[in-house]
Design a protein around this ligand. Sequence first.
Ligand SMILES: Cc1ncc(COP(=O)(O)O)c(C=O)c1O
Length: 432
Amino acid sequence: MSGVRHVAEVGEWGGVPLAQVLPALRALEPSARACWLYDLDALTARAGRLVRAFAPLRPAIAYALKANGLPAIAQRLRSLGLHADAGSLGELELASAADFAREARTLSGNGRTPEEAAWVAQRGVDCVSVDAAGELDLLEAALSRTGAAPLCVALRINPGIATANHAHVATGHAAAKFGLSPAEALELWAARARWPHLALEGVHVHVGSQVLERAPLVAAARDALALADASAARGAPLSLVNLGGGFGHDSTRDGGDFALEAHAEELAALAVGRAVRWRLEPGRWLVAPVGVLLAEVLRIKIRRDADRERRFVVLAAGMNDLLRPALYGARHPIAPLAPRAGQPSRATVVGPVCESGDTFATDVHLPPLEVGDVVVIGDAGAYGAVMSSNYNGRGRLAELTAESGQLRRARRGETVEDLRGRDRDDVVPCLG
Ligand SMILES: Cc1ncc(COP(=O)(O)O)c(C=O)c1O
């Protein structure tokens, strides 16, 4: 719990007193009882630390937009020299709108579409990671229509490396959907002349997210380099090594911040004598700890069950806002903004959504709480707001930034009218 207890003790975020945030937002959104808040000062500091740590490797560091696509965050990272990694057409547009130049944009992930292929062919990216051989044909067809210079392509490998994180965020083991087998990749690199509009000369590994041990990431880097050597030996040298993201952050655990500097040192040692371009794609590590979810307490329910008494703290935010506990069993630090005097006792912190899975924490020790108190949920800057939904007819929450004492609303909360906005009754003409 140290992460958020610290927040509550410090009492401010980006120089803004936390106690003022929801009341200030209510001047714009009178019924707001919860919101996201990101500290841009802290984001800047974290990006600086990342860049300094990896400086000896001189990698392009492409922020994984999927972690948090708020334009204010993307723009800040761009202004600090980071690149952007997109995973979809929407994120390509986001990268472009945030002014990432074509050489500062990449596309990765699986399930490429003709529209994405057309986008990269027409508007350009530095490199595309390919997850299946058929995507090469898709990209080749799109590139051949534009006559653009050959597009840099990296093959994403499934190295068969297991990580100790939740199964849903482990992406490098043999049963995961991601990546090509090393043997297939070697064949594709050797056959690269089949795709004349592609510069098929990169290798990409990304073995998971929320990885706290360095060993699997180092193993993946070694595998990537071994494959680059094997490909060179077959007459197809590689010029790009993309090591993906995955650096974890979990302030509910001791040692919950990935050992970035030690990792960077080890990678720099592996890189000695290699004339390749390096690329990293961190998301979570940059943004997780700079974000909090603030939520008012709607209700305190004490239930006297046969086995024991239970205290349920019902928040104005639910699993539709922060899905990670329900989706991954993720733990987030939780603390009251202004702890009341009194003995802490066990509490189960839940949301108002009609699912038992709508539980942020079970049996955590919290001080006395009352209706109207505000609770801070920490480590909420990554894979938080981006995964929120309208489930249970709930509008997505406002997203605010704080920097040097200034609070800004970077994205407004959704209204009931927004929820109705896509409803139609269109006749859909059937063909044939
Ligand atoms: C290909 C790729 N790169 C980078 C990332 C970012 O991972 P993280 O946010 O854990 O650093 C992801 C996330 O799943 C990913 O799929």
